[in-house]
Each structure stands twice: as structure tokens, then as C-alpha cells.
Design a protein around this ligand. Structure first.
Ligand SMILES: [Zn+2]
Length: 429
């Protein structure tokens, strides 16, 4: 193993995440994260990182984005009392795609704590990059579960980063549209969301190229709709120019990169044809800008491939070369018969023509041209205040109130909305 750079990388992992399982036979098994961790350890990568077990965030912290009644419901619901909550189950879209299971709320707390904890660590300048493979549950809405996602740790981590940074960039390479994050920040220019996803008769159905944000947030939502069969070369050809332009125009203070592994070749629910190298090229490219990065997991439904992907991306973030031959690990039988890190791609057709990709890319570059240039050289013009306060500052992301802090100490105590002393409009994105 050779070392290419000396970036300070922190890694958030709680072994308990492997104890929580969705319904029997459900495609998303959280122990993908435990398998990833095991590979990271057996490759020796953890020795190059600061490894953290995240401090649990309180339910009140989750209500910085989510509604109080939704979070209360997630805390209360169990497989045994579901019959008493029939109306809420329907209202909050829990029970089918997003099943109830034992420890549901603790599970949400674990992955959310890693993402918020990671954002705090970046804000404190304790790391250049933070990894939380348990996070990235990008579909959850303010008061609704969606697509296996209950609490939106991406949104909560971005809100934390906004305490320090004027502009935060969210990039989503999961095969599904990053709808929950886009919706949360659709009307603000302080967060730009960029999603590359399969579009057309595919969950969740949103993410049209023409959806570019609204009001102050106009031009700050970027969507690249794609067809089946995206391969490494095509992905690289669109990702690099689009993100390059985004970095130039938006100049974020921090980046959240959701690395859903369901865009890999052979995913059980996906339909792209990316190799590990193609997927990780996005990590490599983003890393190259030298901006603080929070790296999150997300989807990924072919169990043997997800740990490979996220382990390789951990190595890429560290600038480590890792050998293709997998080290012996606790899940060795899952990686047979070849026991190699990298996976072959398939011969499926790429239904994204060069013309389509170029046309869409140019369309998005045009949208990005309309992004207001970030203040830099203009600061000397005497209009410092107006320059440094972009439009759409309707999100208060202040320090937690005394009540919130109190609730942190007593997580079982509910604090009434009024008692928290914050207007409902705070969440009116
Ligand atoms: Zn997905």
C-alpha cells in the first residue's frame, strides 16, 4: 500500500447499525455497512483515519428539518403497536416500502448521528473529509418516510454545515433522484443540489431536467435525468464538466456527496453499468477541489458489491492504493468465487446516446451560467453586507436553543413546539 496524500479523513461507524434489519427478505440490509467496515479494517485503511463512534443526536435535533409529530411517531411506533397507529402509518407513509421494525428509531438515530457528527467535525476543522457509510437516506421528507428512508440525515448534515458555510453543495450519484434533499432546499440559494439519476418510469419519479429550483432557489437545483446502461466513460463525460461548472459558479464552502451504490453494474434494483472505478471517479474528482467533504452512503441492493464500492471509495478518499485481491474478512464467502475487489461490468446496451448526454449537459451548463457569481473580488466595493448575504436567507441555522440543549440531555422529554421558541416558518423551505 502506498500513500499519495495526507488528507485528514475521519470515519464514523457504530457497530450497532448492523443489528437493525428491515423486514424479512427486504432488499436493504443495514449490515452492508458492517461488511464495509470489516473490509475497511482488513485492508488496514482504518489506521489512516480517525475512527469515531458518533454521539447520539436528540429527537429535537431531528426536528430542525422534520415535523415534531412525525419524529414523535417514529419514536413511538413498533411492530407490536402498529394497529393503534393505522392513520398515522398512512399519513407518514410508513408500513410498506418503509417498514416498521424493532429499533427503527434507534437505527435512524445511529445513521443521523454519524452525518451530523461528521458535519460538526468538518465545521470544527478537525478533518478535511468525513465518511459515514450508514448515512445518505436522501428520500425522507419533512413529515413522510419514502423509499426506505425515514430521517433525512443529508438535509440535517447540510443544515449543520450552513452554520459555518454560506454555501453548501449536495451531489447525489445514487441511481435514484435525491428528491428529499432537493425539496428541502428548493427555494434557497445557499444550497445547490445536483442529482444524476435514472429518470422515466422509475422511483421516485421526480428530477426532470427542467426542475431547476424556485424563487430564490432558481438555478440552484440541477438534475441530470438518465436512461439505462450508463457506463464509466459516459458518466465521467457528464459528471466532470457539470460539477466543474458548479464548483466554478457556486464555490461552495463544503460538499456533501451521497454515494448510493445502486448505480453500480449488476445492482438488484438499479439499471446502470458502472464499475467501482467509474463510481469512485466522482469521489476522486470532488476530492480534487480541496473543499471539505462529507461522504455518505445511500442505496445499493446487491449485497456483495456495496462493501466493495464503499471500501474502494474510502481508499480513494485517503489516496491509498489497495490491491484487487480481497484480504481475508468476516464475510469472505460473500465475495466468491473470485474474491476480488473490482467487479466486471456487463454488456448491456447504453441507452444514453452521446447526443442526448451532450444536449442535456449543455442545457444544465446554461442554467449554471445564470447562477449569481459568488462574491469574491467584489467585497471591496463597500457592499460587503449585501454581497455576503445571498438571497433566500430564510433558514435559521443558529446554535441550538437552551431548550434544544436541555432536550439533548433528556432525550425522552418532549418539548412543545412553542417552548422551543422557534417559528414554524423556520422549516418553510
Ligand atoms: Zn437509490
Amino acid at each position: 500500500m502506498t500513500t499519495k496524500d495526507s488528507r485528514r479523513v475521519s470515519y464514523f461507524y457504530d457497530a450497532e447499525v448492523g443489528n437493525y434489519h428491515y423486514g424479512q427478505g427486504h432488499p436493504m440490509k443495514p449490515h452492508r455497512v458492517r461488511m464495509t467496515h470489516n473490509l475497511v479494517v482488513n485492508y488496514g485503511l482504518y489506521r489512516r483515519m480517525e475512527v469515531f463512534r458518533p454521539r447520539h443526536v436528540s429527537p429535537t435535533t431531528m426536528t430542525r428539518f422534520h415535523s415534531d409529530d412525525y419524529i414523535n411517531f417514529l419514536r413511538a411506533i413498533t411492530p407490536d403497536n402498529m394497529q393503534d397507529y393505522m392513520r398515522q402509518l398512512q399519513r407518514f407513509n410508513v408500513g410498506e416500502d418503509c417498514p416498521v421494525f424493532d429499533g427503527l428509531f434507534e437505527f435512524c438515530q445511529l445513521y443521523t448521528s454519524g452525518s451530523i457528527g461528521g458535519a460538526i467535525r468538518l465545521n470544527d476543522d478537525q478533518a478535511d473529509a468525513v465518511i459515514n457509510w450508514a448515512g445518505g437516506l436522501h428520500h425522507a421528507k419533512k413529515a413522510e418516510a419514502s423509499g426506505f428512508c425515514y430521517v433525512n440525515d443529508c438535509v440535517l448534515a447540510i443544515l449543520e454545515l450552513l452554520k459555518k458555510h454560506q454555501r453548501v453543495l449536495y451531489i447525489d450519484i445514487d441511481i435514484h433522484h435525491g428528491d428529499g434533499v432537493e425539496e428541502a432546499f428548493y427555494t434557497t440559494n445557499r444550497v445547490m443540489t445536483v442529482s444524476f439519476h435514472k429518470y422515466g418510469e422509475y422511483f421516485p419519479g421526480t428530477g426532470d431536467v427542467l426542475d431547476i429550483g424556485y424563487k430564490e432557489g432558481k438555478n440552484y437545483a440541477i438534475n441530470f435525468p438518465l436512461n439505462d446502461g450508463m457506463d464509466d466513460e459516459s458518466y465521467r463525460k457528464i459528471f466532470r464538466p457539470v460539477i466543474g461548472k458548479v464548483m466554478e459558479m457556486f464555490a461552495p464552502g463544503a460538499v456533501v456527496l451521497q454515494c448510493g451504490a445502486d448505480s453500480l453494474s449488476g445492482d438488484r434494483l438499479g439499471c446502470f453499468n458502472l464499475s467501482l472505478k467509474g463510481h469512485a471517479d466522482c469521489v476522486e474528482f470532488v476530492k480534487g477541489f480541496g473543499v471539505p467533504v462529507l461522504l455518505l452512503g445511500g442505496g445499493g441492493y446487491t449485497l456483495r458489491n456495496v462493501p466493495r464500492c464503499w471500501t474502494y471509495e474510502t481508499a480513494v478518499m485517503l489516496g491509498e492504493d489497495v490491491k484487487d485481491e480481497l484480504p481475508y474478512n468476516d464475510y469472505f464467502e460473500y465475495f466468491g468465487p473470485d474474491h476480488r475487489l473490482h467487479l466486471p461490468v456487463s454488456n448491456m446496451a447504453n441507452l444514453n446516446s452521446e447526443q442526448y448526454l451532450e444536449k442535456t449537459m449543455n442545457q444544465l451548463i446554461e442554467v449554471l451560467r445564470d447562477v449569481e457569481p459568488v462574491p469574491g473580488g467584489q467585497i471591496q466595493t463597500g457592499q460587503v453586507e449585501s454581497q455576503l448575504n445571498p438571497r433566500g436567507l430564510n433558514m435559521e441555522v443558529d446554535e441550538p436553543s437552551a431548550d434544544e440543549k436541555a432536550a439533548d440531555q433528556h432525550p425522552d422529554e418532549r418539548v412543545a413546539d412553542e417552548a422551543m421558541g422557534r417559528p414554524q416558518a423556520k422549516y418553510d423551505f
